[in-house]
Design a protein. Sequence first.
Length: 104
Amino acid sequence: CETIVNGHPDVYRSALVGVGKSPHQTPVMIVEPEDPKAAATRRQDLAEEIRQLMQSSPLTKQIRHLLFHPDFPVDIRHNAKIFREQLAIWAAKNLKNATSIDPK
């Protein structure tokens, strides 16, 4: 799923997390923009572009929530291993601010 979203030129990285108790989790795509300040000024346009990317694949077509995070928590030794557990907790607290992705 992340590979699809990471294909957007303004996305630095992304992570798909589950919010809620298993097995009834809600999938939430979290995006770390290349430039968080620039992305903030065009949040709606960027969200729409990401929605279109996600609608183009059966892997991401059913994901309905999108959040933007300025700086993913990562393992300081590698700067690549995303702490998804921390992102899931953050997403649960911020889900009310998520962009809903409705299929068109």
